[in-house]
Design a binder for this molecule. Structure first.
Ligand SMILES: Nc1ncnc2c1ncn2[C@@H]1O[C@H](COP(=O)(O)OP(=O)(O)OP(=O)(O)O)[C@@H](O)[C@H]1O
Ligand SMILES: [Mg+2]
Length: 397
């Protein structure tokens, strides 16, 4: 994996540059023209929303896109935002760099209410907040190098410094051999790498990602996620990302916010929210990740135990990640003699096992008290449910 080795090397190098820059500068927050630098990166990146609401005027009456959002995004964390289409995700993200102005409430970045900033201060703020998009938003007439150089040139960074920085950034994202290529000749993953390099050019402390991997295939998505995670860990940049892919959240986010019709439906550590989703919107979003009953069994499942003939009872054991409880096949076998595993899966999120197992037990077997099997030290799952009954053996069709 020489390319990922090269990436690590350049990240290490960039991290050193950041540290050096910090040492050299007593006032890293001040970034006038020519002073834009990665030194800002290690400085902070905390965001607070205080009672943020947003109305959009429209012909059919105002659209209430955000309603009374209050929450904190810790500096240096990876914060995921999910929700159905139209839930207000992009609106919320765009209040952080003030592409969207809240109708009421405050957005506070590193202790500063950004609603109080003047024009020049807003420009400086936006240099501390990088943004990447689903469709990359690259300038097609410019080369890769020119796309990444642009924010530095706009900021008045001296030419030699621009060259040095762009070389570094393109090495960081693994595009050192694409300097003179135009975006049309790049793959989707490569375009997003250019987008990331451009977003990092001014040394931001926050990176906003709106559906940054939605246009990419699964393998490319993985490599971009790896890059984002490395950027977060090595450079300490706060990453706030919107995605429709729950696996992206599961993989890299620390905390997740579920928005529903502009309101907070759920908010918390990913393993908690994904392990035991409380809100209907969260459950619906997570449905693709769940191991539900396979179709062939679903069609044969009946709710009442058959009066005659052989049948099997179908049990679902759920794991929420709470208290370190994991599926222990020996203890499950002891509690439910003759049990067979039909279907299921367990994921690990932030070190917590969560998932479901679907099990079959002979219909003639008398089941123990299932509730008792979810309690205390003897628990074999967080929740156990009899889903129904399948006539004859599940093998017989
Ligand atoms: N500029 C605008 N003018 C009027 N209404 C808007 C505008 N931008 C967004 N809206 C409305 O605000 C609501 C929230 O939109 P937003 O784009 O924040 O949703 P989203 O969660 O990002 O959705 P998606 O997943 O489809 O991107 C929607 O009802 C949308 O139609
Ligand atoms: Mg959106």
């Amino acid at each position: 994996m020489s390319s990922s080795f090269a990436l690590r090397r350049s990240l290490d190098h960039l991290a050193e540059v950041f540290v050096d820059a910090d040492d050299a500068s007593a006032a890293p927050a001040a970034s006038g023209p020519g002073e834009v630098g990665p030194q800002a990166a290690a400085a902070g990146g905390a965001v607070s929303f205080r009672k943020v609401s947003k109305f959009y005027p429209s012909s059919g009456g105002a659209v209430h896109a955000l309603a009374d959002i209050s929450l904190e995004v810790p500096a240096g964390s990876i914060f995921g935002i999910i929700g159905r289409s139209g839930a207000g995700k992009s609106s919320l993200l765009r209040t952080i760099n003030r592409l969207e102005k809240p109708s009421s409430g405050q957005v506070i970045v590193d202790g500063v209410d950004i609603g109080t900033l003047g024009e020049a201060e807003l420009v400086a703020l936006r240099r501390r907040i990088g943004m990447i998009f689903q469709h990359f938003n690259l300038l097609s007439a410019k080369t890769v190098y020119e796309n990444v150089a642009l924010p530095l040139q706009v900021a008045g960074v001296p030419r030699a410094e621009v060259t040095r920085r762009v070389n570094e950034l393109l090495a960081l994202v693994g595009l050192q051999d694409k300097h003179h290529v135009r975006p049309a000749r790049l793959s989707g993953g490569q375009k997003q790498r250019v987008g990331i390099a451009r977003a990092l050019a001014t040394g931001p402390e926050i990176l906003l990602c709106d559906e940054a991997t939605s246009a990419l295939d699964p393998e490319t998505t993985q490599s971009i996620l790896q890059l984002l995670r490395d950027i977060n860990r090595r450079l300490g940049i706060t990453v706030i990302l919107i995605t429709h892919e729950m696996s992206v959240i599961r993989e890299i986010a620390d905390q997740v916010l579920v928005l529903e019709q502009g309101r907070i439906a759920e908010l918390g550590a990913v393993w908690k929210v994904f392990g035991a989703p409380q809100h209907e919107a969260t459950r619906a979003l997570l449905a693709p990740l769940q191991h539900g009953l396979p179709d062939d069994l679903q069609t044969r499942l009946v709710k009442e135990a058959p009066q005659a003939g052989r049948y099997e009872q179908i049990l679902q054991l759920s794991y929420s990640g709470e208290g370190g409880l994991e599926p222990d096949l020996v203890r499950i076998g002891q509690a439910l003699p003759g049990v067979r595993l039909l279907h299921g899966g367990v994921d690990r999120i932030q070190g917590h096992a969560h998932g479901r197992l679907l099990l079959a037990v002979d219909g003639a077997a008398v089941l123990p008290d299932l509730h008792a099997l979810t309690q205390g030290a003897g628990a074999i799952a967080h929740h156990i449910e009899v889903l129904g009954y399948v006539p004859e053996s599940v093998h017989s069709h």
